[in-house]
Ligand binder design. Sequence first.
Ligand code: DGY
Length: 322
Amino acid sequence: MERPKVFITRQIPQEGIDLLQRVADVDVNPVDAPLPKSKLLEAAAKYDGIIGLLTDKIDSEFFEAGTNLKGYANYAVGFDNIDVAEATRRKVPVSNTPGVLTDATAECAWALIFAVARRVVESDKVMRSGKWDGWGPMQFIGGDIMGKTLGIVGAGRIGTAMALMSRGFGMKVIYTSSSGRRNGVLDAELHAELVPFEELLKRSDFISLHTPLTPDTKHLFDSSAFSLMKDTAYIVNTARGPVINEADLVTALKTGQIAGAGLDVYEKEPAMAPGLAGLDNAVVLPHIGSATVSSRTNMSTLAARNLIAMLRGKKPETCLNP
Ligand code: DGY
């Protein structure tokens, strides 16, 4: 029997490629950059299965081109790049990689909290510039973390893990839920409180975003949300950039409406909103939430197992189609 042909839109850890090579002929985009749309459409027409990234738009054009496509596996937990309804209408299975990057992303949110509240990046810059003239009582005074209120927006897997990590800091945890359902783990472990969105904005000292990007969450944080936050509060986003209106965030940071922001994701990646790069009260990372050895390896093997299942006409482990 002929071996299926698989395409991977960018180099990923070898472990997943090894799994795929046991059952399929695998081609990997040799260029370490997002695949242009025209090349993605060519691949859809030519291959039986594709592993792609959050930078690949898996839309109706893609499925139109992929008349023989047996499946598409996203190398990401977020799947706002995929038109799942269209995939389902065309009976093409699609999958993502939940569960294997939970701790890494939660840790990244904490890295941002520490960095922005304790002014780590600003302080590092001064040291490297050779301009530090010795200890001073008024230098680089930042925000406290111990005992403060942590607001979680989107208490799913990653939001829950992030909140549980606050135990060492004796924080009060409050959270919102789009479904209105309580989070049993957070309630039992942390005596957390489910609160309305506006209450979370008003009470939190730190807000950490873990919600998927949907039409309802796009620009959830805009000028009116920032106006309800404390002027001593910080916001951290390791979810998806467009959940924040970045131009409004720049204004809130410039005018002191909020104390600071830690961002791993942006509205129009790889660009940042004008003005953001010049702000000392913003810490900005290049979308590295899942960038640990184990997470990226496990994303690679999970995406591969998902695609192998699809090539065999079976349901993938983490299927997105209803
Ligand atoms: C995801 O998985 O959705 C991240 O944004 C990248 O790992």
